[in-house]
Design a protein around this ligand. Structure first.
Ligand SMILES: [Zn+2]
Length: 102
């Protein structure tokens, strides 16, 4: 059972109040009209599916109904943090930049 902190309600609530809304920050092709069917298919259907820390979107359906970002370890179910979409994108890009330079 997960207990998820909603950044908008500022409360930690039971997982049953939330709805999983997919992987966060999937990069949309810059020019969709120019990409191949395979590239478009990868964008629509393929997900990273790795073990470790993942970035997810969740919706607080039984509360404020807002979508936010959860950084969760998909093996241990530990939650590092929850963010609004804008805050989460900033942290995601900082982590991505740090991994690229390492
Ligand atoms: Zn909420």
């Amino acid at each position: 059972m997960l207990y998820i902190h909603c950044p908008f309600c500022a409360e930690k609530r039971d997982e049953q109040e939330f709805h999983y809304a997919g992987e966060a920050f999937i990069a949309r092709p810059v020019n969709p009209e120019e990409c191949s069917d395979e590239e478009w298919g990868d964008y629509v259907f393929m997900r990273s599916n790795h073990k470790g820390w993942i970035w997810e979107q969740w919706e607080h359906v039984s509360g404020c109904r807002k979508v936010f970002v959860v950084k969760r370890h998909n093996v241990s179910n530990d939650i590092a943090a929850t963010y609004t979409l804008a805050e989460g994108k900033q942290h995601f890009l900082e982590q991505y930049a740090a991994e690229e330079s390492a």
